[in-house]
Design a protein around this ligand. Structure first.
Ligand SMILES: [Zn+2]
Ligand SMILES: [Zn+2]
Length: 336
């Protein structure tokens, strides 16, 4: 039997009795990162990278049973060596290497191979079997250098500020928001964070991450105004669902933009209800996915979490690899 199989609960290593990012309650769950489509509540025991501890507790409860490990550290479970390596996706994200009697599997979780200066950079790990995500596995997805994107974002903000309008940038509260914060040009104005993002920021800052100064808007934007803050030239980072609440109302006539890999396939002039779209993703694009597969040296590739049919067919037909689709029914078109 293979060292890792796919079950209705998710990827499973029977020899170690260990599930990776399981879908429902199990005894031992190794969680690759704290996004909600990987870290689910209710597990008896969690294993994760040490930088994920704070966010996992914030999201799943302070009293969860949890063991953490650093990158490159190994633990042994019934003869299986379990090691985590950086995935470069968001802070605390890890690839999992499982090794037993000479057979090596790597499960990538979500990843990108290009460093973002926030999360420890992805490293290639040699293996026989690679389980790779495929969120953006179409040849049309090819990201530009992130500095070019941040130059665009800062120019957009500067223009809005000059016109006396606040700017609102949408970003998920773990990863995307902090990556944006890190590269915003504070000479333009103040950066204000929604409560959900502020909570993640604080946990990550106590783990040693630094993304520059920001103002906590947990108490609400009207409270900040009442406290004497001029929000007209500021940039507010909030999760998409904040737009559907009264939280955003005190800002008035704001300019709105979204930061997402999916913006690459929005028709120009139509950004899905926002004024502007910036193409920025924490997932590997098409060239990065191929690079990761090549660098792994794996002869067997199992594709999951996205455009898995397209990538597995390409790996079979063009690269001559033994590739198949292992679909996770739960996968949705999100950035998490
Ligand atoms: Zn994911
Ligand atoms: Zn993720």
């Amino acid at each position: 039997m293979a060292l890792v199989t796919y079950t209705e609960l998710g990827f499973y290593c029977a020899q170690a009795d260990l599930y990776i990012d399981p879908l429902r309650r199990v005894a031992k769950a190794l969680v690759t990162h704290a996004h909600s489509d990987h870290a689910r509540p209710g597990m008896q025991h969690y294993l994760c990278h040490s930088d994920s501890v704070g966010i996992l507790k914030l999201r799943l409860g302070q009293r969860i049973s949890l063991q953490s490990m650093g990158y490159g550290e190994s633990i042994w479970m019934n003869g299986v060596e379990v090691t985590l390596f950086p995935a470069g996706h968001v802070p605390g994200s890890a690839q999992v290497r499982l090794s037993y009697r000479g057979e090596v599997w790597v499960i990538t979780g979500d990843y990108k191979t290009v460093g973002d200066g926030l999360s420890p950079a992805w490293v290639s790990v040699r293996c026989h079997h690679l389980v790779t995500e495929s969120t953006f596995a179409l040849p049309i997805f090819q990201w530009r250098d992130q500095q070019l994107v941040f130059d665009e974002i800062n120019a957009w903000w500067r223009g809005n500020a000059a016109a006396g309008r606040p700017s609102v940038l949408l970003g998920y509260s773990l990863g995307k928001a902090q990556r944006i914060l890190k590269y915003l040009d504070r000479s333009v104005g103040e950066v204000v964070c929604h409560g959900a993002i502020s909570a993640s920021n604080r946990v990550l800052e106590s783990a040693g991450f630094d993304f520059g100064p920001w103002v906590d808007a947990t108490e609400g934007l009207s409270g900040l105004r009442a406290g004497g803050r001029v929000l007209d030239g500021s940039l507010v980072v909030c999760p998409p669902n904040a737009l559907r609440s009264a939280w955003i109302t005190p800002l008035g006539n704001y300019a709105l933009a979204n930061c997402s890999g999916w913006m690459a396939v929005s028709k120009s002039g139509d950004w899905g209800g926002v004024d502007k779209g910036f193409v920025l993703s924490d997932h590997a694009d098409w060239p990065q996915l191929l690079e990761a597969v090549r660098a792994s040296g794996a002869e067997h590739v199992h594709v999951t979490h996205g455009f898995s049919e397209t990538l597995s067919r390409y790996l079979r037909e063009t690269m001559g690899l033994d590739a198949d689709v292992v679909e996770q029914a739960m996968w949705e078109r999100t950035e998490e």
